[in-house]
Every structure is written in structure tokens, then in C-alpha cells.
Write a protein that binds this ligand. Structure first.
Ligand code: GLP
Length: 263
């Protein structure tokens, strides 16, 4: 696990985009991106959009798979992740909408939808780089605490904490869905690289638990300690509880050339 401590949210976003672009260039224009909703990756998406628009990054054949979707919203709802991904990823990055996939939280048969989603990821050859945020309770995707570390795409019940955190996108807590479809932790772990970005003091405890805590279903993001190519990119505030922060800074300052990311 590489931990990169950036000065602020803007630098964390730029570094995240540069890391993803590096992986995408090495893979080629048919790269398969794993994309997340939430505020955390927005700056990275903006930087990737600029790189794509200026021709520095070729995403013309790229595919994307979102992590999750609410269950219970009507199709077209502005806060459904279908719409959020369209606004924040598909359109700005200029991706082909036919190659952008979001779990079908509107399906009549949700169990079948989860199986179809796993099959679609496999048919695309798997995810080359998965972008992640982290919930304040350590969730990734919508894998809430006690999620099986081997879980696949499935239906989950959201915790009160996550519904409170996401209330800002809805008129009231009652309007926040209670259920979702989410890629499982086992699904996420199959991505060839994972890049998690977090900023702000409110993420410091979750980041400490993900990076330095025990591997436990009580902090689902801690499973990333078992991933062979995980990069955790944080700003100073989100890094503020890390015991080995000086070690991570030293490591980042002395990365070998092949691992170095140029901003
Ligand atoms: C939601 C999403 C996660 C995201 C998390 C954190 O629960 N399902 O993928 O990482 O929120 O969101 P934010 O980045 O806005 O803090």
C-alpha cells in the first residue's frame, strides 16, 4: 500500500488524476475504469476531463463501471448514481455512454441485476484502475461495516451514519434511500489497481483505520491492505491521525522512477 500525503484537497485531486492517467496510458485507450460517486473524486475527474479534452489522455475506447447505486429512487432522479456518474464522469471525460455501466438499482429483479453486473465486468476483462472514496465509517462503495471481505455485487442496507452523511443531497433524511446495490469487497479487490482519495479532518479516523488498523469487516476499507497495488492519496487533514506519516512522506519522496507520478 502506498500512502501519498498531499498539502491540500486540490493537490490530492491532481495527484489522483495523474496516477489514474499513468495507469490508463500504460493500458491504452481501451482502459477499464472503476468510478466512484461522492465528493472525494470530483477534483480528479475535473483534471482527467482536462487531460482528455486537451488530447493528453486518450479515453476514446474506455469503459467505466460504477461502484454502486441506490435502490428506491425513480429512474432519472438527479441523485441516482446513474445521473451523478453521467454528470461527473461520462460527459466531462467524454466517455461513450454505451460503455459506462452503473448497477441497475431500478431493476424489477435486483438479484439478477447484481449477477448481470458481475458478468459485465468480467466480459470487459476486469477493472484496470478502481477509483475509491471512503465513508466516514470506513465503507468503500456501499460496503458497510460487517460486509463480508469476500462479498460480490449485491443488495445492501445503508447504515444510519451513511444516510446522515448523504442527507445533504436530499431534502430530508426520510428521502435518503435505505437500500442500494454495491460491488462487493471481493469484486473491488479484483481491480488491478485501486486508488483511494480522501480529504478533510472528517475522514482522518477512517483513513487511519483503513491504512493502519486491523483488517476487519468493521472497517471495510481495511481490506485494501490485502491489495497488491493500492494507492491511498490524502490531504494533510485526512492524514492527521496516521502514526507513520513521516515514513509515508519519506517513501513518497524517494519513489523509484517507474513509480513516480508527474503532476
Ligand atoms: C458514498 C459512496 C462512496 C463514497 C462515499 C464518500 O457512500 N457510495 O463511494 O466513497 O459516499 O463520499 P464523499 O466522497 O462525498 O465523502
Amino acid at each position: 500500500m502506498d500512502v501519498i500525503i498531499c498539502s491540500d484537497e486540490a493537490e490530492a485531486g491532481a495527484y489522483t488524476a495523474a496516477k489514474i492517467a499513468q495507469i490508463a496510458r500504460r493500458k491504452g485507450s481501451d482502459v477499464v475504469l472503476g468510478v466512484a460517486t461522492g465528493s472525494s473524486p470530483l477534483r480528479a475527474y475535473e483534471a482527467l476531463a482536462q487531460a482528455a479534452a486537451s488530447g493528453q489522455l486518450d479515453l476514446s475506447q474506455a469503459s467505466a463501471f460504477a461502484l454502486d447505486e441506490y435502490v428506491g429512487l425513480p429512474p432519472g432522479h438527479l441523485e441516482s448514481y446513474h445521473e451523478v456518474i453521467r454528470r461527473t464522469v461520462t460527459e466531462p471525460l467524454g466517455l461513450d455512454p454505451a460503455r459506462v455501466h452503473v448497477p441497475d438499482g431500478f431493476a424489477q429483479d435486483l438479484a439478477q441485476a447484481t449477477k448481470d453486473y458481475e458478468a459485465a465486468i468480467a466480459a470487459a476483462g476486469g477493472v484496470d484502475v478502481q477509483i475509491l472514496g471512503v465513508g466516514s465509517n470506513g465503507h468503500i462503495g456501499f460496503n458497510e461495516p460487517t460486509s463480508s471481505l469476500a462479498s460480490r455485487t449485491r443488495i445492501k442496507t445503508l447504515t444510519e451514519q451513511t444516510r446522515l452523511d448523504n442527507q445533504r443531497f436530499f431534502p430530508s433524511l426520510a428521502a435518503v434511500p435505505r437500500h442500494c446495490l454495491t460491488q462487493g469487497l471481493g469484486t473491488i479487490m479484483e481491480a488491478r489497481h485501486v486508488v483511494l482519495v480522501a480529504s478533510g479532518e472528517h475522514k482522518a479516523a477512517a483513513i487511519q483505520a483503513v491504512v493502519e488498523g486491523p483488517i476487519t469487516a468493521m472497517c471495510p476499507g481495511s481490506v485494501l491492505q490485502m491489495h497488491r497495488q493500492a494507492t491511498i492519496i490524502v490531504d494533510e487533514a485526512a492524514a492527521s491521525r496516521l502514526a507513520l506519516a513521516d515514513y509515508y512522506r519519506d517513501m513518497a519522496a524517494n519513489l523509484p522512477d517507474w513509480q513516480r507520478v508527474v503532476l
